[in-house]
Design a protein around this ligand. Sequence first.
Ligand code: GDP
Length: 293
Amino acid sequence: DESPLLRPVMAALAPHTGRAHVVGLTGAPGVGKSTSTNALIGALRAAGRTVGVLAVDPSSPFSGGALLGDRIRMQDHAADEGVFIRSMASRGHLGGLSFTTPQAVRVLDAAGFDVVLVETVGIGQSETVVAAMVDFFLVLMLPGAGDELQGIKKGVLEMADLIAVNKADGGNVPAARTAVRDYSAALRLTQPTSPTWTPPVMTCSGQTGDGLDDLWGRIADHRSLMTATGEREDRRRAQRLAWMWSMVEDRLLDSLRGDPAVLGLLGVAEAEVLDGLTTPSAAAERLLAAFGG
Ligand code: GDP
């Protein structure tokens, strides 16, 4: 998954990385990720910040190029050299994204973008992958729907550094306030992402821009706090180690699956396990012994 050609490039970039504020953004399809991202880009540009956006889409059948979301957003920011937007799709192969997305983040970081937004749809495991590579993880929710209704897993709440109930405009405002209370209650039952940070739950509207200044203010507060307590560096250190291990695991599994001795046993072992003729653990022992031998 990681091209050997890329390795020296990433090594050369490494000394120039670490400055960007890397913010992940997730939410169900239609929650308003594109709209909010567009509005946030506008606000950050007005404040003189440069912004890179990576839209990670594990479900997309496209292998690159401009997706629809790109084109919509590019209309506002196409001529702006301080903005770079790219979609990363993987035809459903999440493993690929978990290696290529952090590398793309590092490239934008080294290129000098002040803020790198990594946006992903809240389906499958992509939010877990994104949460593991960012300084701050923002979860967008819809008003008027409890977490069961939205199919949001408890795991997403555990990863959230902030929950924003979007579309809090017009007639949605009362439902959005109710949702804020519901998510605040739900968050009290989960383990926070940091001992010093209580994830705020707030309303916003990507459409009217209401609440977005406050939202970014909280993200900036989080950065100041995490820098001061040393947790920003701790989180990055832990992420680097986790990345190393996921690469080791991936490569080990690849070489195991491609090992001739293992391949010779695999068909029979799988069939015997399926038919209950061998226990899973006995079959695993045999495969691992063949791999080691
Ligand atoms: P995404 O799939 O999460 O990227 O969602 P989009 O940004 O594409 O928005 C989905 C739909 O919701 C679009 O029709 C938007 O115009 C609408 N939408 C997005 N944000 C808001 C908002 O803050 N308020 C309202 N009322 N509609 C919104």
